[in-house]
Design a protein around this ligand. Sequence first.
Ligand SMILES: Cc1cc2nc3c(=O)[nH]c(=O)nc-3n(C[C@H](O)[C@H](O)[C@H](O)COP(=O)(O)O)c2cc1C
Length: 199
Amino acid sequence: MIQILVLYYSRSGSVAEMARHIAHGIESVTDCEASIRTVPTVSATSESIEPDIPESGPPFATHEDLIKCDGLALGSPTRFGNMAAPMKYFIDSTSDIWVSGGLAGKPASVFSSTASLHGGQETTLLSMMLPLMHHGMLMVGLPYTESGLFANEGGGTPYGASHVAGDKNERPVSENEKELCLAAGRRLAKITKKLSASQ
Ligand SMILES: Cc1cc2nc3c(=O)[nH]c(=O)nc-3n(C[C@H](O)[C@H](O)[C@H](O)COP(=O)(O)O)c2cc1C
């Protein structure tokens, strides 16, 4: 089976919901399996520290999860136009994998959620690509053959799936945003499968 890791951080649930749609898209491709993982919040050492196992939701990701995956979908909410600190913190801990080239040559896609339509989806998605490119990963975007990219409301970008949550996180993932999450998962899975077969 082709293993694809769906790794995300989410505080209010939007990116978590997108992760589930992307995982469904991945698993709609024969022989492809998605594992969903998250990362803990970060806090100063003088504050409380998260338990090793989250109280609810998927397990926290380990370096082993990254090393053994064939492809990666990485998701984070926008924080001031950038990825959220807990995801950045986790990525910053991966220099051992970078040294060994453990992710080099593997495909990756990114996804994000913002409060507002022009609140920085693209910049966040690009910020998430940078460390993945340092790891030698191959970026998989969304092509305009997906007609949903032409919708002028809500999320959906050629850089990756996205969602507009509203300033009170009141907007659920729309049908169009969901279709683009499914398409992103399918595309990542198909490309990962082809690359794995050629090795
Ligand atoms: C500290 C902070 C910074 C944020 N910065 C932005 C921003 O730059 N643009 C934006 O549209 N939304 C911003 N948001 C809103 C979140 O990106 C948005 O609520 C997102 O949908 C949350 O995803 P989640 O439900 O997966 O946690 C910010 C939220 C927080 C807490």
